[in-house]
Write a protein that binds this ligand. Structure first.
Ligand code: NAD
Length: 435
């Protein structure tokens, strides 16, 4: 089977490497020459655990190629579309320019029997429009939304919770083509759900809306907890033990970020408004606002501690929007750095993997190569991303590297009692301070 993947970013590069690892002759296409050049050498253009090995294996075996020439998709059985759908500038809606351009570029190379499988997250209604666009070529469309999590992308691609196929009514051929592609994964008993285009599109955005709502729910509880002196972590443990609620995605802190959840809930709401359902999804605006408020709150807490100790230097640990990723798109940690800089504070930051991406996104930020360098000279420490490296820090050692005696833990991730025993005041989000 021959597979093509259009768009080789966080989703597409992993998908292409995974397809090659399943034994398919795979070509990845991207318009970004520098990215393609790196991928050709078997080097991931971003940090993702397990991807370097998978890429190298495919490239070395000759089953995985990368190109900027879309004509190389000709003859593919399935063409996955994994280009970006970012937030449109000046609007909440999704920017479909890249999806539309990718489909237009494919048209001359599609033929009878080819299946174009969309993986990008798109507003409901997009798939039908694209299906109509490619119909004259004889190719058929399926919408096969992707649920991978950065940091677990390889595992999530090769062992997903479920596979969702959106197809045109009665299009057994598209289902059969996707079943063939995912045969190894399906053989392990993975659930596969076949549905209409509109349902498949909605499954993806509603899953993200639900996850975002769960995080903002607990962060709203954190706001209340801060006022009344309650501990949101204990609250989450207690309500999370109810199997109907569940403990996962119930960690209060700096909230969600990245290239998906924030823009997806905005785009979903914008689409709902177009459909006359603005009111129906009005709560997503609250979800977004609660989420963004946590960034201001963290900056406020850091600021208050700086004022208390009479300093202005912050040692920031973590910049990526989540651990095990170098992605800083809409990163809460980076936003906190921005707010603090705007307030005239001096931030020195360290992240295990996001140095380059954060440096490009915020050139003014002083980014150093180790925890030790970030904390040296700081008046207040702050934690913005819950990397394992930070969880494992020995506060007794940190205390020898810095004069700061307070840490604002934006992810409620440090062992507060241990840090307090080492002489630090620990300020969490939604929790009483520990000294
Ligand atoms: P990304 O920005 O990392 O990658 C998109 C890639 O598409 C870029 O490399 C870009 O150069 C390329 N591209 C743009 N136009 C192109 C064209 N016409 N032809 C070929 N290549 C083109 O974005 P991403 O994070 O990989 O997300 C891609 C899509 O997948 C989005 O819709 C996103 O919402 C969705 N998604 C992402 C994740 C995730 O965790 N990143 C998870 C699930 C779904």
């Amino acid at each position: 089977m021959r597979i093509a993947v259009i768009g080789c970013g966080y989703l597409g590069a992993v998908h292409a490497a995974a397809m090659a690892s399943l034994g398919y002759d795979t070509v990845g296409v991207d318009v970004d020459e520098a990215k393609v050049e790196r991928l050709r050498r078997g080097e991931p253009p971003f940090f993702e655990p397990g991807l370097p090995e998978l890429l190298r294996a495919g490239v070395d075996a000759g089953s995985l190629r990368f190109t900027t020439d879309v004509a190389e998709v000709a003859g593919s059985d399935v063409v996955f579309v994994a280009v970006g759908t970012p937030q449109l500038a000046g609007s909440d809606a999704a920017d479909l320019t890249f999806v539309d351009a990718a489909i237009e570029s494919l048209l001359p190379h599609l033929g009878e029997g080819t299946v174009v499988a969309g993986k990008s997250t798109v507003p409901v209604g997009t798939a039908q429009r694209l299906a109509d666009r490619i119909a004259p070529t004889g190719a058929r469309l399926a919408w096969n939304p992707e649920f991978l999590r950065e940091g677990f992308a390889v595992q999530d691609t090769l062992a997903p919770d479920r596979l969702v196929y959106g197809v045109a009514e009665g299009d057994g051929a598209a289902v059969a083509a996707l079943d063939a592609v995912y045969a190894t994964i399906l053989a392990r008993g993975t659930e596969r759900l076949v549905m209409r285009f509109a349902t498949a599109e909605l499954v993806k955005v509603s899953a993200n809306a639900f996850l975002a709502t769960k995080i903002s729910f607990i962060n709203a509880m954190a706001e209340i907890a801060e006022t009344v002196g309650a501990d949101v972590t204990q609250l989450a443990d207690a309500i999370g033990l109810d199997a109907r609620i569940g403990r996962r995605f119930l960690n209060a802190g700096l909230g969600f970020g990245g290239g998906c959840l924030p823009k997806d809930i905005r785009a979903f709401q914008a689409r709902a408004e177009e459909l006359g359902h603005g009111h129906t999804l009005g709560f997503l605006r609250e979800v977004d606002e609660i989420n963004l408020r946590r960034r201001d709150r963290m900056a406020q807490l850091v600021d208050a501690e700086l004022a208390r100790v009479g300093g202005d230097r912050v040692g920031m640990l973590g910049l990526a929007f989540k651990p095990n990723s170098d992605d800083v798109r809409d990163s809460p940690a980076l936003d906190v750095c921005r707010i603090l800089e705007q307030r005239g504070r001096v931030v020195r930051a360290y992240d295990p993997e996001a140095r380059e991406t954060a440096g490009r996104s915020m050139p003014s930020l002083d980014i150093v190569g180790s925890v030790e360098d970030a904390v040296r000279g700081a008046d207040v420490l702050a934690l913005g991303t819950e990397w394992q490296e930070f969880r494992e820090l020995d506060p007794v050692v940190v205390a020898t590297q810095t004069d700061a005696r307070v840490v604002v833990d934006g992810r409620n991730t440090l062992d507060a009692a241990r840090w307090a025993a080492a002489g630090f005041k620990v300020v969490g989000l939604g929790r009483p301070e520990v000294e």
